[in-house]
Design a protein around this ligand. Structure first.
Ligand code: PMP
Length: 333
């Protein structure tokens, strides 16, 4: 018998897949961790579960309590679904610029969705800060209490990846992994996996793949937070050193424009049957850059964070892409 106990037991232990075309192109093994196969559809199911279990263990979250979070969407989906399975309600604060598909999903799974204007972090009405204030207010009135998940600065997030994603990658490659690269939203994935792999082999290279519009590439290369350009990707692109990034073992950084990244996920649909989201495009392009830096014969692991269907209205919308001056999937024209 092989039966899982429920939603939470379906999180993690995702397979690692060989990305054929980019592996052949670079002479390296480029492997993708299939995080889109998590039951909530993204890598953020892991962070959601880790944050909720941490709050439960600390006695901060009681049965019937409320979880409040500011999110680009995927963490909200993970929190709402784990919450449904464990008996918590969720209030999700999200910038209105995020994809319609994620908003629809949050409503359909019963989250109390609050869409807010997308303003920079320094603005007091930024979605992350707003979610913290809403949690504070609700904590005073909710009979069973309310917590702020605070994925950016709650290190339970990276500890989840340190305990699960990192060791899984090590086991699945039999320890034959030369580099790990991915983009940063909170930094939980990069930091947690980086810490776990470095502990097993300090020579594993941990490389940030930064989209345009984010400030971390310049920070890790030149010690200065500085952003330039923009990206249509969602859930990634950070402007500050979050608590999850503090002390993370990051060896190097690459900066990836959307024009370079998107063709990889378009090709993957038609040539390999994998339908991935925009952050996976940045991650794969990053893995190709790292593979070229290391030379043939190396193994580079990255993250396939969520499905492309979550961004159909943008990533696979020819009009939207043309308006932005970006490459389009040839078979859709
Ligand atoms: N890809 C997607 C699609 C995401 O939603 C997120 C999380 N916001 C990330 C990547 C980044 O992961 P992390 O927060 O662990 O840095």
């Amino acid at each position: 018998m092989d039966i899982r106990g429920g939603f939470v037991d379906l999180i993690g232990n995702t397979p690692l897949v060989r990305l054929k075309r980019v592996s052949e192109m670079t002479g390296c093994e480029i492997l993708g961790k299939c995080e889109f196969l998590n039951p909530g559809g993204s890598v953020k199911d892991r962070a959601a579960l880790a944050i909720i279990e941490d709050a439960e263990q600390k006695g901060l979250l009681r049965p019937g309590g409320v979880i409040v979070e500011g999110t680009a969407g995927n963490t909200g989906i993970g929190l709402a679904l784990v919450g449904n399975a464990r008996g918590y309600r969720t209030v999700i604060v999200m910038p209105e610029t995020q994809s319609q598909e994620k908003k629809d999903m949050l409503r359909l799974i019963g989250a109390d969705l609050r869409l807010v204007p997308a303003v920079p972090y320094k603005d007091p009405n930024n979605y992350v800060k707003l979610s913290g204030r809403i949690a504070e207010e609700l904590a005073k009135t909710e009979p069973n209490g309310a917590i702020w998940a605070n994925q950016f600065d709650n290190v339970a997030n990276r500890m989840g990846h340190y305990r699960t994603t990192g060791p899984e990658i090590w086991e699945q490659t039999g320890g034959r992994v030369d580099a790990f690269t991915c983009a940063v939203g909170t930094g939980g994935t990069l930091a947690g996996v980086g810490m776990a792999l470095k502990e097993r082999n300090p020579n594993v290279k941990i490389v940030l793949a930064d989209p345009m519009g984010a400030a971390l590439y310049h920070y890790y290369k030149h010690g200065e937070l500085k952003a330039e350009g923009s990206s249509i990707t969602e859930g990634i692109g950070q402007g500050r050193i979050t608590a999850n990034l503090e002390g993370a073992p990051i060896d190097d950084a690459v900066q990836i424009p959307d024009e370079e990244a998107l063709p990889y996920i378009f090709d993957l649909v038609i040539e390999e049957g994998l339908v991935l989201g925009g952050s996976s495009a940045i991650n794969i392009a990053g893995a190709v850059r790292v593979a070229r830096m290391l030379g043939p014969g190396h193994t580079v692991v990255t993250v396939l964070a969520d499905y492309g269907t979550r961004y159909q209205s943008k990533l696979f919308n020819v009009e939207f892409l043309r308006e932005k001056g970006l490459p389009v999937p040839s078979w859709l024209t």
